[in-house]
Write a new protein. Structure first.
Length: 106
């Protein structure tokens, strides 16, 4: 079953629609957003790999996941999740910035 991967895709689509509507990240500056998502994903994947090598993190089979691993103990869902987390953070940051800019006295 690929329920978790599908849930991530649906969630990313929703965040993407919010981003497109209010131009908060990708729709505002695509090159910068892609670079920052890649940087954030690389950081979290390095964190995951360090945890895996130290025995802190380990992959456990789940009926909700695909079972596909991109590295030992690192499921494909984790790669998609860290990219989604990075993108979501940029969208939330863009929204917060916009709200704070509108609240400034003129």
């Amino acid at each position: 079953m690929i329920a978790y991967l599908l849930a991530l895709a649906v969630s990313a689509t929703g965040v993407g629609l919010v981003d497109a509507r209010w131009r908060l990240a990708l729709w505002r500056d695509p090159v910068r957003t892609v670079a920052l998502v890649a940087l954030g994903a690389a950081f979290f994947l390095a964190w995951d790999l360090a945890g895996i090598s130290l025995g802190v993190f380990r992959h456990v089979d789940s009926r909700w996941a695909t079972g596909a691993l991109v590295a030992p103990q690192l499921p494909i869902e984790e790669v998609v999740f860290v990219a989604f987390l990075s993108y979501l953070t940029l969208v939330v940051h863009g929204a917060a910035r916009r709200i704070l800019e509108r609240r400034k006295p003129r």
